[in-house]
Each structure stands twice: as structure tokens, then as C-alpha cells.
Design a protein around this ligand. Structure first.
Ligand SMILES: Cc1cc2nc3c(=O)[nH]c(=O)nc-3n(C[C@H](O)[C@H](O)[C@H](O)COP(=O)(O)OP(=O)(O)OC[C@H]3O[C@@H](n4cnc5c(N)ncnc54)[C@H](O)[C@@H]3O)c2cc1C
Length: 471
């Protein structure tokens, strides 16, 4: 009987799980409960309103739509356009790649989000704009606007390295996260039956190109994942047979972040057995082999590309002034230079902040601040009030460094180890835009902590009829 097989050890474990789940659920609820904004029932006919079209439902687009809806309810109708029907929470994408969370946890459905905010959502791919006619060209039609916001984000940049573009695995979109997850699991399956030593070595070597935040987090997560799953799921593979290598072109990890965080990250990666090659650049990426510019060669079937972004061609080809990576030059109000009533925010905007004399970094927190500032300035423009200059304020940095380790830097102070790991988790839970997704992530984390990591490899393509002959 089921009741009889519920041993005291199992009971204790299940009670721990239940307590953990309830605790995390309550915590996430406290952090993130926000009242959903319902459409304003008193609004007049849509035709009488100013049409604001926001291109891209990423961090900047969502922040702009949400703030504008709150700020100006009577005089605008807002349409959010995106080629996906979900908003992707990119900071946790490396956790999809390392089997820590499910892909659906970081994909926030936009139809529902938009309905809750009182905003129209149109799923479509932006292909261009007719500035004269005030119309955005989509793959499946057109959309008219009075005011326009460009927030289409960025795409992976391979710096002209055609071999990397062909053979490396990018980590930018949700499908990339799932692809890396499947690819890694497939290599482990191959290695566990491989007889040829060289093929086995290539299958068990994982190279991460880029020692920025995404590269460091991915490498640490991958190294922790291997430690966790090999003994139980792939006992034929010894941990010592695996190699995780980070290749970084600069002399330090974590790019724009401070030296203390960079030193911590390096020490933690090394403690996890990750090799860090600084001042090294991947040159040739062939199937099963990578060569660096300084002549090092490595047998590796997995090359994860986490470095470099640039604006998509639809943005970089616009007939406006451009900054780095094809981004759009904006003035202090985040208005596209020479285009009244057209704004850019997030990775698409190139803005040299006059206070710091630095370009605003391509980060989610910057995208959110810019999106909100665009909304405020748009509302002011529509109301005939003077606009406000935008200034970026860094809220600090948080980084995950594998199992039970992380670091948070706020106001120049760094907290690391378990406290840093907990801080990183809470910060990210609070930043996820939807309560249900927060709970899902918290649940996955709790299950991963108490039980084992889910290593199912789902190649999600439609099934084919099985014609296998029997007998
Ligand atoms: C793996 C990864 C991890 C990251 N981790 C962090 C982190 O921990 N902290 C941090 O601050 N930043 C992080 N970043 C950076 C952060 O994700 C970006 O700076 C941020 O997403 C930029 O916001 P955005 O709104 O400009 O663009 P996005 O959030 O990328 O949104 C752009 C939107 O435009 C849509 N789109 C693109 N092209 C078209 C088109 N032609 N037609 C219609 N829709 C289109 C996309 O579907 C997307 O929804 C990370 C980035 C990556 C890739």
C-alpha cells in the first residue's frame, strides 16, 4: 500500500520539500505581488486617441508600455508588437541551458500580459518603416502610428568569424537555451558509449566563448551540473574526464563589473575545475575542434558563444544616425536624432549619458529605466509639457557562480558565497514580470535543490509514423 511505502526518510524529505515550497512561494509573493492594471473602461473611441506603437516586447518595450499606460490613460492607445508571443527573461537563460529551470518559466505570455495592462498586443515581425506615411511595415501587413518606440533589442554578433557563426551555439533566444541543453545532454549520451578515446574527449569538452556575465554564469552552471548529474545519470563518465573552458579576449572576467567581482568569479570557476583562458580569442570553430588566435587547439564538440551583440538589420539599416553595433543615436530625451515623436530604448538606443560621459550599458536594468523614461517623455510630449533628460543609475550587479555560490555588488559592497547566491536568486525572482513565472522558477529551484536535476532531452519536432517492421 502507498501509505506503508511512505518511509520516515521519505516523509522527512517530502515535508522538507513542502516547507521549502511554501516558504519560497510566500517569499516570491511578498516580493512581487502587484495589482494588475485593468483596461480603463471610461476610455473614448480608439480613433480619437494618439496611437503609440512600441516595437519589441523585451525589457524596454514592456517597461515603456506599462509606465505609459499608468501615466496617460485618456489620450493614448498603445500597441505592443513582437515576433514572439512571449517576453523572454534573458538573465535566466543560462539556467535553461544547464537544466536548472524549464523553458516555459522564462517565457511570459504576451497576450495575457498585455490584456492585464490594458495594452493591445500584435504578434508580428517588424521589417521596416515608412517615416512619411507613419506606418511600420510588418511581415504580414502594416501598422499606423502617431508616436513610435524602437525596442527590438539586439542579436548575437560573431565579429565576422564565419566558422563560429556556423558551428558555435549562440545563447540569446529561448530556442538557443533549449538547444544548448539538448546538445550537452546528447554529448553526455554519446560519451557514455563512445569507444574512441579522442571522440569521447571531444564530447566531454565544453568551451564557453566570452568571460562576461553570461559566459561566467554559463560555465559555472555547466561545471556544477556535471558534478551533480554524472554520478547518478551517467556513471560511465568520470568527472575528471570532463573539461569546461572559458575563453575571454580581455585580461579579466566580467567586463564592466568591478575587480572584486572579477577576482571572486575567477577563484570560484577555478574551484569548480573550470579552465579560464584570458587574453585568448577563438579563431577557428570547426566541428569537434577549436583553435585560438594564440595557436592553442582543443578537441571540443561544444562551443557556446556568449560574447558580442549588435542590433538586428531592421534597426541598423534605418536611415538615422547610428552608434555602436548599429544602435540608434538618441538625444537626452531618448528621442531618435532628427525624428520628433520617435524614441529608442534598450539595446537599440545609443545614448552617451552626459553625467557619466559613458554610453548606457546594454543591460536589462538599463533597458527598463530607458523604457520608463521614454514613456514619461512621450506622455509629456502629448500633454505639451517639457521633456526630461534621461540619466542612467546602476542598481548594482548580481552574478550566479554555480551551486550554492553567487555574488551581489550594491553600492560598492560585495556579498559572496551562500549569501551572494541567495541574494542573486531573490533579485532575479523579484525581477521576473509575472507572479506565476516567479513561482515556477522558485519551484524548479526548490526541486533541483532537494531532488535531482532533470536530464530529459526533448527534441520537440512532430512525431513521424513508425514504419519499423516487427518480427
Ligand atoms: C543570455 C543573456 C543573459 C543576460 N543576462 C543579463 C543579466 O543578468 N542582467 C542584465 O541586466 N542584462 C542581461 N542581459 C542583457 C539583457 O537581456 C538586454 O540588455 C535586454 O534584454 C535589452 O532589452 P531590450 O528591451 O532592448 O531587448 P530585448 O529584451 O532583447 O527585447 C527585444 C524584443 O524585440 C523582439 N524582436 C526582435 N526583432 C524583432 C522583429 N524584427 N520584429 C518583432 N519583434 C522583434 C524580440 O522578440 C524581443 O522580445 C542578458 C542577455 C543575454 C542574451
Amino acid at each position: 500500500m502507498l501509505a506503508l511505502t511512505w518511509s520516515s526518510a521519505t516523509r522527512r524529505r517530502d515535508l522538507r520539500l513542502a516547507a521549502g515550497l511554501v516558504g519560497l512561494g510566500l517569499l516570491a509573493a511578498l516580493i512581487g505581488r502587484r495589482a494588475a492594471i485593468k483596461p480603463d473602461g471610461r476610455e473614448g473611441k480608439p480613433g480619437q486617441k494618439q496611437r503609440v506603437v512600441i516595437l519589441g516586447a523585451g525589457f524596454a518595450g514592456l517597461a515603456a508600455a506599462k509606465r505609459l499606460r499608468r501615466r496617460q490613460r485618456q489620450r493614448v492607445e498603445i500597441t505592443l508588437v513582437d515576433k514572439h508571443n512571449y517576453h523572454l527573461f534573458t538573465p535566466l537563460l543560462f539556467q535553461v541551458a544547464s537544466c536548472a529551470i524549464d523553458p516555459y518559466d522564462v517565457a511570459i505570455p504576451l497576450h495575457r500580459w498585455a490584456a492585464d495592462q490594458g495594452v493591445a498586443f500584435h504578434r508580428g515581425t517588424v521589417e521596416g518603416v515608412d517615416w512619411q506615411a507613419h506606418r511600420v511595415r510588418l511581415a504580414d501587413g502594416e501598422i499606423a502610428y502617431d508616436y513610435l518606440v524602437w525596442a527590438l533589442g539586439s542579436t548575437t554578433k560573431f565579429f565576422g568569424n564565419t566558422t563560429a557563426a556556423q558551428h558555435a551555439l549562440p545563447l540569446k533566444w529561448l530556442e538557443d537555451g533549449v538547444n544548448v541543453r539538448n546538445h550537452v545532454l546528447e554529448r553526455l549520451e554519446e560519451a557514455s558509449v563512445a569507444r574512441d578515446q579522442s571522440a569521447r574527449q571531444a564530447a566531454l569538452t565544453f568551451l564557453v566563448v566570452g568571460g562576461g556575465a553570461t559566459g561566467v554564469e554559463t560555465a559555472a552552471a555547466l561545471a556544477s551540473f556535471l558534478r551533480q548529474v554524472l554520478p547518478n545519470d551517467y556513471p560511465q563518465i568520470g568527472l575528471r574526464e570532463t573539461r569546461v573552458v572559458v575563453v575571454e579576449s580581455e585580461g579579466k572576467l566580467l567586463g564592466h563589473m568591478g575587480q572584486e567581482l572579477a577576482t571572486l568569479a575567477l577563484a570560484r570557476l577555478q574551484a569548480l575545475g573550470v579552465e579560464v583562458w584570458l587574453q585568448a580569442r577563438a579563431k577557428e570553430v570547426e566541428p569537434g575542434r577549436v583553435t585560438t588566435e594564440d595557436g592553442r587547439s582543443l578537441r571540443a564538440d561544444t562551443v557556446i558563444w556568449t560574447t558580442g551583440v549588435e542590433c538586428p538589420p531592421v534597426v541598423s539599416s534605418l536611415p538615422v544616425e547610428h552608434g555602436k553595433g548599429g544602435s540608434i543615436r538618441v538625444d537626452e530625451y531618448l528621442q531618435v536624432v532628427g525624428q520628433q515623436g520617435v524614441y529608442a530604448a534598450g539595446d537599440d538606443a545609443h545614448y552617451l549619458d552626459s553625467r557619466s560621459d559613458q554610453p548606457v550599458p546594454m543591460l536589462a536594468q538599463a533597458a527598463v529605466q530607458e523604457g520608463e523614461a521614454v514613456a514619461e517623455n512621450l506622455a509629456r510630449l502629448i500633454e505639451g509639457k517639457p521633456q526630461k533628460a534621461f540619466h542612467y543609475r546602476s542598481l548594482g550587479n548580481a552574478i550566479s557562480l554555480g551551486h550554492n555560490a553567487g555574488a551581489v555588488e550594491i553600492g560598492g559592497r560585495v556579498v559572496d558565497g551562500f549569501a551572494g547566491w541567495l541574494g542573486w536568486r531573490l533579485i532575479h525572482l523579484a525581477r521576473i514580470t509575472r507572479f506565476r513565472s516567479r513561482l515556477a522558477v522558485a519551484l524548479d529551484w526548490t526541486l533541483g535543490y532537494l531532488y535531482d536535476t532533470d536530464t530529459a532531452r526533448l527534441d520537440l519536432v512532430p512525431s513521424q509514423p513508425d514504419h519499423t517492421a516487427g518480427g
